[in-house]
Structure formats: structure tokens, C-alpha cells
Design a protein around this ligand. Structure first.
Ligand SMILES: NC(=O)c1ccc[n+]([C@@H]2O[C@H](COP(=O)([O-])OP(=O)(O)OC[C@H]3O[C@@H](n4cnc5c(N)ncnc54)[C@H](O)[C@@H]3O)[C@@H](O)[C@H]2O)c1
Length: 289
């Protein structure tokens, strides 16, 4: 991106009511904070759902910068949302407080370390990448050293609030059964077929697009979930059933997800979980764990 353009944009913040600036002649009310500036990495279905929502309702943050490995996608979404498309992630890092990663496990590996090193916070959607324990520990270490935050939204499943509370005690069993219409799993079958039955980490290579929920559950529990992936011709929604047993008792939840308009593989609830997280960042009261 043309740096002059970015500089111009940031200069407009001084007179922009949504960007109060601190300084002797423009001092802030003690409780007033600068609006959180957000950049998006990955301009696909999740990003589009977030920006559509932000155009209708105030999220309490300013979604300003858009990056995608496909520049056209970044430009299209930026123009739809009234933001700025950047050619390199580096172009926006000095100006953002938070990056939403909604791209791919590769982006978590390549881009998230740069985000944390620049002392920005990050929301990670491609949680499957964090089944790689070395990468997860590396990112957590970077976040600690740079005093930044890594947010992992609950995505396409319900119940992670209770599961997180449960993890204070001993958890003995964690399982996930994911059922999808065969076409969502890239196969065609008239009968129910179990495509995977094993530990979450084992599904990473075989089912990368289906591992985000298993990763979210495993991370919330602090132990690897047992995962079953089933192609079910009788259903038309992506369904996730989680079951957790521990000294607190038992939790079972079932989520039947509608898909995002532009990507049938991605659940609307996953995009909603980022929107809700963005909305709660600056709230003064919090619900749930
Ligand atoms: N946590 C969850 O519950 C959950 C649910 C659904 C999807 N996801 C994950 O979120 C991510 C985004 O989902 P989506 O439906 O919006 O995907 P999508 O395919 O609709 O869009 C992804 C966009 O990211 C871009 N992209 C991919 N790799 C990139 C990289 N390295 N650098 C820059 N841009 C890159 C692509 O060009 C594409 O425009 C995926 O990894 C998906 O698996 C997570």
C-alpha cells in the first residue's frame, strides 16, 4: 500500500470524532479511550459477515484495514466496508490495535507472530493451527513478552463457557462428534459413513477444515478431545455434539449450524462469535466465563 495514503488516513483521525487523540491541547476525559483500530487478515466468508454487521450496527471498534493473499478480495471488501486494502500485513501493523485472523492455518504460522511482535492483539479463527503445540507455545510466549493478547473465540460450538469453568477441576473425558452433509466433506454417499475416529491431533492433516471446533474444545479443556467425523446424508446442517465429563459433573451440547452465505463450509455462528467478541472488548460488564 502507498504509505502516504496510510499516513493521510491516520492524520484524519485527529479530526475524526471516533478517534479522540490524547495530547496537551486535545486531552481525553480520564475514562474515555481511543477506539480500537482493527485489521482483518483473510477477506472471505467470516470477514464479510463481520463487516456486513459492522455496517449495520456499531461494534465499538473501527475495522479499518484489510489484507488477503488475493489482493482483489482485500480491495473488494475494503471498498464495501469503507476501509483500506493493504498489500502487505506489515503496512497495517503500526496502525492497528488488533488483528482478526480469518484466513488459514498458514496465516497463523506466518502472520500471527508478526502481529504479536508488533504488540497488537489477535483473534485467531484458524484454531486448527494451534493443535501444533510448539506453535501454540511459541505464540503464547510471544504474547507474554510483548504484552499482547491472543483471543480464541468459541466459533461454531456452544458450551465452551461451561467447559472452561469445568477445567478448573479435573476433566476425565472430552469428545466431539461432528456430523456434516456428505457434500460438505467432499464426498457422495447415501449411507452414514464415519470418516475419522481418533484423537483431535490426528485429524489435523486429514480434515484441516474440520479441526477448528476440535481444537477450540481441546484448548478449552486443556486435554485432547476424542473426535468422530461423520458424513450423514440425512442432515443439511453442520452439527457438533460435545460431551465432557469431570469432577464437576457432565456437559453435553449439540449445535446445528446454518452456513455463511459465501462459504457453505463455514458456520454463521463462528462469524457471530467474533462479532460478539469484538463487541465485548470495550464493554464494562462481562457475561459468562
Ligand atoms: N474457529 C471456528 O469455529 C471456525 C469456523 C469456521 C471457519 N474457521 C476458519 O476460519 C478461517 C476463515 O474461514 P472463512 O470461511 O472466512 O474462509 P474463506 O475461505 O471464505 O476465506 C479465507 C480468505 O483468506 C485468504 N487467505 C488464506 N490464506 C491466507 C494467507 N496465508 N494470507 C492471507 N490471506 C489468506 C483467502 O484468500 C480467502 O480470501 C479458515 O481457516 C477456517 O477454517 C474457523
Amino acid at each position: 500500500m502507498n504509505r502516504t495514503l496510510v499516513e493521510e488516513l491516520m492524520e484524519t483521525k485527529v479530526t475524526d470524532a471516533t478517534f479522540p487523540v490524547s495530547g496537551p491541547e486535545n486531552s481525553l476525559d480520564p475514562v474515555e479511550k481511543r477506539t480500537t483500530v482493527v485489521g482483518i487478515v483473510g477477506c472471505g466468508a467470516i470477514a464479510r459477515t463481520i463487516t456486513d454487521f459492522a455496517l449495520k450496527e456499531n461494534l465499538g471498534v473501527h475495522i479499518k484495514f484489510f489484507y488477503d493473499q488475493d489482493m482483489k478480495r482485500a480491495e473488494d471488501l475494503a471498498s464495501h466496508a469503507g476501509g483500506v486494502a493493504v498489500q502487505n500485513v506489515q503496512d497495517m501493523l503500526s496502525y492497528v490495535d488488533l488483528i482478526v485472523e480469518a484466513a488459514s492455518p498458514g496465516a497463523v504460522m506466518e502472520i500471527v507472530p508478526k502481529v504479536l511482535e508488533s504488540k497488537s492483539d489477535v483473534i485467531i479463527m484458524s484454531l486448527g493451527a494451534l493443535m501444533d503445540q510448539d506453535l501454540k507455545h511459541h505464540l503464547e510466549d510471544l504474547a507474554k513478552r510483548n504484552d499482547s493478547r491472543i483471543y480464541m473465540p468459541s466459533g461454531a460450538i456452544a458450551g465452551l463457557d461451561g467447559v472452561k469453568s469445568a477445567s478448573i477441576g479435573e476433566i476425565r473425558e472430552v469428545s466431539l462428534v461432528t456430523r456434516k452433509p456428505p457434500r460438505s466433506l467432499g464426498i457422495s454417499t447415501d449411507t452414514e459413513k464415519v470418516l475419522y475416529d481418533g484423537k483431535a491431533s490426528g485429524a489435523v492433516r486429514k480434515f484441516p477444515a474440520n479441526i477448528n471446533v476440535a481444537a477450540a474444545l481441546s484448548i478449552a479443556c486443556g486435554m485432547e478431545a476424542d473426535v468422530k467425523i461423520v458424513a450423514d446424508p440425512k442432515i443439511d446442517r453442520n452439527c457438533h455434539e460435545i460431551h465432557v465429563v469431570g469432577d464437576f459433573g457432565e456437559i453435553t451440547t449439540t449445535t446445528q449450524n446454518m452456513s455463511c452465505k459465501t462459504n457453505p463450509k463455514t458456520s454463521l455462528l463462528a462469524a457471530y462469535s467474533v462479532i460478539k467478541l469484538l463487541k465485548t472488548l470495550n464493554e464494562h460488564s462481562r457475561r459468562g466465563t
